[in-house]
Design a protein around this ligand. Sequence first.
Ligand code: OSB
Ligand code: MG
Length: 367
Amino acid sequence: MKLSSISLRLITAPLKQPFKTHLEMVSEREVIVVEAKDQDGLIGYGEAVPFTSPWYTEETVKTCFHMLEDFLIPLTLAGQFKHPNELPSLWSGIRRNAMAKSALDQAIWDLYAKQKGFYLGQLFGGERSEVAAGVVVASDNIGDAMRQIDDFSAFGYQRYKIKINPKNDLEFLSEIRRTYPDIPLMADANSAYKLGDTSHLQKLDAFKLMMIEQPLRHDDIVEHSVLQKQLQTPICLDESINSYHDAKNALLLESCGVITIKMAKVGGWSEAVKIHDLCVEKNVPVWCGGMIEFGISRAHNIALATLNGFIIPGDISSSSRYWEEDIIEPEVIVESGVIQVPEKAGIGFAINEKRLNQLTTYSKVYR
Ligand code: OSB
Ligand code: MG
């Protein structure tokens, strides 16, 4: 594929409300928008979604920018590939840095789909015309969390996820279950527990959670296997799954009953689809994870979630969950708990250029 240019933009916007976990409070979101242009002026879009600091992944906005500018973009502009499915091997000499790779991979897949006139999800066999929407509540105050659940319920979200830690878990989950005994509920611990907390974690079985996400270390697969055997609630791995290889090992060791796939974290479309296909083969349900992202990343997630294995509502919420105004149009809308899948070519959404320009703090073009 011959590209005429690739450009990077840093964009920043405040969140409507702070996103609080035991690890970090995010109130301002910074990402990198990648644009890949061909000779006819068609543009594909991707979004790099690390955080400003390395609290969730080791990558940051600055490391991503560096990897894109100094390694991935020069290699890619040299044009030694015919199809976007060759990008992982083109980049195989660059270790890890999955979020940087994913953003460029997304942009080139979007461009390719636009050149061919197909909706992106269709290129990977995605068949759904609507995807189920879930939402995340990340607060350190139970009153505030309850208000958020109440507000979100107006959109009919099909699954609620609450951030927990050993200090607030019993209080938060009891309170939620008192008011909402039957809502589809799960909890995300973002590695707040140790294997030694097993007897405490067993108490959470009483709350009929769909799953508990990443209770133990961010890079662990073995201790989760030990823990899973002592819990009734299925474990879902998030931080631990950064590649197909990780997913294969987690299933081999029965470390989890569910996997959340974040395209950004596994390096792009090809690897995400490989993990999906493995989970379908092994009968393990998957859902599409979120990264507090803007519309471009959200659009890629929607396309990914059209694949058959995504049978649990993911962290794909409306644009308005986080933003006063998103960078795509139309914005992502959740109605009666679902998002309508677009039909237009590529990611299926147009760019809101005015908003994108408003949020841009720096940009650079590479040829
Ligand atoms: O652990 O799933 C996580 C957001 C940022 C970083 C990590 C996580 C999250 C979420 C998803 O919980 C939030 C969303 O995008 O709606
Ligand atoms: Mg998580």
